[in-house]
Design a protein around this ligand. Structure first.
Ligand code: GRF
Length: 217
């Protein structure tokens, strides 16, 4: 069966992109990354993608008159590469409504919190400051408003009393690398349905039990 061609948009480190590259190294994985676009020419993610033999495109947003023309160029490249799914992986640009509509229900993002809590930037420090006992990450379909849209998968991690933002970010990132490739897989397998802005994934079941933090000694 043909693998679902996927475009990944990046701006920086690229560890989530790398997790999907590694998943796709298995020929039975149902998606493949056909194109990586970065708005930053020197993003480490671009070098990682090139090393994996993936077509890359550096597209400095400053070369464009406005957001719409930048986004339109991305759409042109993504469509020309035959991609059916667009994956945001640390892409640090807001997307225009027209881009979100063009790729509606085929555009996904990962965010390092349990949405709809802690949208936006600097989330790890904000979670620590709020004293929450659990944190996590969310893969969701993208809607024009930042960090909103139907939730596909979440992973939960405990917050430790000794955590600083870096320690918490590292614990969450490990889980990001698990759920992002899974969510892409489920979409490529055609198991993900959106109805009334709620996602149903066919053929999966919820985990058992509950966690309490702090744990009872
Ligand atoms: C991740 O924490 C992701 O949740 C957020 O941006 C970061 C990107 O990291 N959207 P990387 O570039 O994938 O390593």
């Amino acid at each position: 069966m043909a693998r679902m061609k996927t475009a990944v948009l990046v701006s920086g480190r690229g560890s989530n992109m790398q997790a999907i590259i590694e998943a796709a190294a298995d020929p039975s994985y149902p998606a493949e990354i056909a194109l990586v676009i970065s708005n930053k020419q020197n993003a480490p993610a671009l070098a990682l993608a090139e090393a994996a033999g993936i077509a890359t495109h550096a597209l400095p947003h400053k070369d464009f008159a406005d957001r719409n023309s930048f986004d339109a160029e991305m759409t042109k490249l993504i469509a020309a590469a035959g991609c059916e799914l667009v994956v945001l992986a640390g892409f640090m640009r807001l997307l225009s409504t027209s881009f979100c509509e063009r790729w509606q229900d085929r555009l996904i993002n990962i965010h390092p919190s349990l949405l709809p809590a802690f949208k936006g930037l600097d989330v790890h420090q904000r979670m620590i400051d709020a004293g929450v006992r659990f944190a996590g990450c969310t893969v969701h379909f993208v809607r024009p408003e930042m960090d909103t849209g139907p939730i596909i998968a979440q992973a939960v991690v405990p917050v430790h009393a000794s955590d600083d933002a870096d320690a918490l970010a590292a614990r969450i990132l490990t889980q990001e690398h698990r759920i992002y490739p899974l969510a892409v897989q489920w979409i490529a397998e055609g198991r993900v349905r959106i109805s009334g802005e709620v996602v149903r994934v066919q053929g999966v079941s919820p985990p058992e039990g509950a966690l309490i933090n702090p744990a009872n000694p």
